[in-house]
Design a protein. Structure first.
Length: 425
């Protein structure tokens, strides 16, 4: 008999398929109403998957991976999902067999890396939890720049002697040969007189890197420093930005994607805001262009709002020391553009603040391949749940017991929807 790991709230679809879904909380049934046989089945499933994950954990510890470069607990998505399932079962069915928990129907009491003393798991599950906690999180450790810089090589480097720039613009480039010149042209029109630009070609399959080199060679007098870094293989958006950070030396860094643009006063207004406020980063309101024209949702810095949604785009001017203290951009389970969301959450946890410039000085391109078009609902649910587990103090400010089950449930529902959509395809 196959016992489900987590409760799914909707049972009508299961009834239509002629199956019965058993679980805590189903149709008003809680832990106290479960039979001893069902309780034993749940405990057997928890122990079985705890043993499986323990074997994966031993294999992981033998792999030479740098956790601080990946950002956070460096388990694979499959390993971490299996752990969450075992953790949820242990928290719901902890204690002796047949012992009722009056709050079991409310779900998981502690997060995956939460407080251990509140978990009523058995000894095996508790040792498993502590073993994973020893591996991370490492997202608050300083980024090791020499390791990141070794991911690629400089293929173009130009310097203007005697010019000291405060700002460096980092442009990650991957298969955007058709738009990277627009992004670079918008930098030429900036009213900030002196700044640098670093293009990180993340092993593109098109000629975007060559287009950038030819453009920078023609306009080399405009920039204090112009560099093009080429990765040996595709590393993803987060590592492309981290490589740009490693090869820069300016105290302020701006992240510009290769399909976006800046209006002429963008860099100067954001730099002025940082000088006046002393904040860790400055951001502005967005203007969407391309397939649709709209105004973004940016607003004044309120860390509490990060628990609702990400209202700050990656186009922000960030202090280099603050970015390094936060560990750079984390590599999440799926590279779907939430690395900036994760960075703002880490800034909030470190007590760093942002300043909002209420002007339309940054332009975000909306097209078929942009992040707002390619994100699916299951992916958003799963990634938001991962962020909630990484930053419980942001998403659950009143303690992990208040709503930690929400993040696990959303991750499971999102993974289930992804599996069903993949089967239909």
């Amino acid at each position: 008999m196959r016992v489900p790991f987590l409760l799914r709230a909707d049972h009508r679809a299961e009834r239509r398929r002629g199956r019965t879904k058993l679980g805590i909380g189903a149709a008003g049934k809680d832990r106290a109403q479960c039979s001893p046989r069902l309780d034993r089945l749940f405990r057997m499933a928890a122990h079985r998957h705890a043993r499986v994950l323990a074997r994966r954990l031993r294999r992981f510890r033998s792999r030479p991976i740098e956790p601080d470069l990946r950002g956070g607990c460096p388990l694979s998505r499959r390993e971490f999902t299996a752990y969450r399932r075992a953790d949820a079962l242990a928290a719901r069915h902890g204690g002796r067999a047949g012992q009722a928990r009056p709050d079991a129907h409310r779900g998981l009491r502690t997060g995956a890396l939460g407080r251990f003393d509140a978990c009523r798991a058995d000894a095996g599950a508790r040792r498993l939890r502590c073993g994973i906690a020893d591996l991370g999180p490492a997202s608050m450790q300083p980024m090791r720049l020499y390791d990141v810089a070794s991911l690629g090589e400089i293929v173009y480097d130009s310097h203007n002697d005697g010019i000291a720039a405060e700002v460096a613009v980092i442009i990650p480039l991957y298969n955007y040969a058709g738009t990277v010149l627009e992004a670079l042209e918008s930098l030429v029109r900036q009213d900030l007189p002196e700044f640098s630009v670093i293009v990180v070609d993340d092993a593109s399959a098109d000629d975007g890197g060559e287009h950038a080199i030819r453009f920078l060679e023609r306009r080399r007098a405009r920039f204090a420093t112009a560099r093009v870094l080429r990765h040996h293989r595709n590393q993803g958006l987060s590592m492309a930005r981290n490589s740009g950070i490693a090869w820069s030396s300016e105290p302020y860094l701006f992240m510009l994607d290769a399909d976006n643009r800046l209006r002429p006063p963008a860099l100067s207004r954001l730099l002025e805001a940082l000088h006046c406020s002393g904040a860790a980063f400055a951001y502005s309101q967005l203007f969407w262009f391309g397939d649709e024209d709209a105004i973004g949702i940016a607003d004044v810095w309120e860390p509490e709002r990060l628990a609702i949604n990400n209202y700050i785009d990656a186009m922000a001017l960030i202090r280099r020391d603050a970015l390094l203290a936060a560990g750079g951009y984390a590599v999440l389970a799926d590279d779907h553009g939430l690395e900036d969301y994760d960075l703002w959450c880490r800034f909030a946890e470190l007590g760093l603040e942002g300043v909002f410039v209420p002007e339309l000085i940054c332009e975000y391109r909306v097209h078929a391949a942009s992040m707002v078009r390619t994100r699916s609902i299951p992916n958003i649910l799963a990634l938001n749940a991962e962020l909630a587990l990484r930053h419980p103090s942001i998403f659950y400010p009143h303690g992990a017991e208040s709503a930690a089950a929400t993040g696990t449930r959303r991750a499971t529902e999102g993974a289930g929807r992804s599996d069903r959509s993949g089967q239909r395809q």
